[in-house]
Design a protein around this ligand. Structure first.
Ligand code: MN
Length: 188
């Protein structure tokens, strides 16, 4: 049984960047539906008592478990996304900034490459900064796919499914990506 996590803010705390209406639908409908569907799918199976991360890794690459992967991946990705937002954003400080500068040359280079990944993810998916061994990498994943399944550690993630931004930004994904990076990314 997988429980929903509480949002670390109220529905209106991220306004004007993300509206309360968007968060109410995103958390209360989309995310809740993934949790409810996952729990139905794993009930009475070998996955029932596993953690979310264990489920994702156990069903990754198994075509007959695609529905479980899709819902578990979406639950995991959203839970990371909720925690990686708070009002603030912009250039990080400290150790994470040092690592970004070492890997990408500068925060501006990182920002440009992360934005490019978010914009070129065709259709629904996610843009990520991950740690892979000693390296930082920017990756994009489609639909419910998650780098956690491949042992990469997420450091930042952005949901670029249309449901994440359509009510506030319509088709302007680039504006949403800018706002996320400059006003919402929670590097703490
Ligand atoms: Mn979403």
């Amino acid at each position: 049984m997988i429980e929903m996590i509480a949002l670390p803010y109220s529905f209106n705390d991220l306004e004007p960047y993300i509206s309360a209406k968007t968060l109410e639908y995103h958390y209360g409908k989309h995310y809740k539906n993934y949790v409810d569907t996952l729990n139905k799918l794993i009930k009475g199976t070998e996955y029932e008592n596993m953690s979310l991360e264990e489920i994702v890794k156990a069903v990754y690459g198994k075509p007959d478990q695609q529905a479980i992967f899709n819902n578990a991946g979406q639950v995991l990705n959203h839970q990371l996304f909720w925690q990686m937002m708070k009002k603030g954003g912009g250039k990080p400080q400290g150790k994470i900034l040092e690592k970004i500068e070492k890997q990408f040359g500068s925060y501006d280079n990182f920002r440009q490459q992360f934005k490019e990944a978010a914009l070129t993810q065709f259709g629904s998916g996610w843009a990520w900064l991950v740690q892979d061994g000693d390296e930082l990498k920017i990756v994009k994943t489609s639909n419910a796919d998650t780098p956690v399944a491949r042992g990469q550690k997420p450091l930042m993630v952005l949901d670029v499914w249309e449901h994440a931004y359509y009510l506030d930004y319509q088709n302007r994904r680039a504006d949403f990506v800018d706002v996320f990076l400059d006003n919402l990314a929670n590097w703490q």
